[in-house]
Write a protein that binds this ligand. Sequence first.
Ligand SMILES: Nc1ccn([C@@H]2O[C@H](COP(=O)(O)O)[C@@H](O)[C@H]2O)c(=O)n1
Ligand SMILES: C[C@@]1(CO)OP(=O)(O)OP(=O)(O)OC[C@H]1O
Length: 159
Amino acid sequence: MDIRIGNGYDIHQLVENRPLILGGLKIEHHLGLLGHSDADVLTHAIMDAMLGALSLGDIGLYFPPTDERWAGADSLVLLEQVHGLIQQRGWQLCNIDSVIVAERPKLKPHIPTMRDRIANVLKLEPDQVSIKATTNEKLGPVGREEGIAAYAVTLLQRA
Ligand SMILES: Nc1ccn([C@@H]2O[C@H](COP(=O)(O)O)[C@@H](O)[C@H]2O)c(=O)n1
Ligand SMILES: C[C@@]1(CO)OP(=O)(O)OP(=O)(O)OC[C@H]1O
């Protein structure tokens, strides 16, 4: 089999006195995401999709939330390590498609920079990294701005 698909999902709580980091980009907002790491929910979903494509488990296996080494970790650095695992096994990324579910802030203006940052770490062209945003139409915890969620799908091919 020469292609593999993976999907990833993550959600983090929005709280006061934390930065909002999405796709490696700090976005000005009165709330930020709570987590052991930088809580970059988009990058976490992308890593889980990459690992899932090769049945390699999830990010908690490689970067346990109980391990002080990952306290405040920059998720783009973790992404680079996950990319290394994929490459070591002889695979490369074809493309990523993702969606961030957030009631606020407006993410559209920030998406090109997020795509560039993720693409840069993964040595991809920005057009191989799709990032979309949607609200949750005020429904549920995301709709009440208690958190932000992200979904990602990725396709890998043999290098
Ligand atoms: N946090 C968000 C959410 C959405 N957008 C953009 O707005 C468009 C409309 O969103 P709906 O949930 O009402 O469909 C969406 O297509 C995004 O382009 C955004 O920028 N930031
Ligand atoms: C990368 C890690 C490291 O603690 O980040 P967290 O901020 O704990 O986020 P979560 O998505 O709950 O779990 C993944 C963890 O492995």
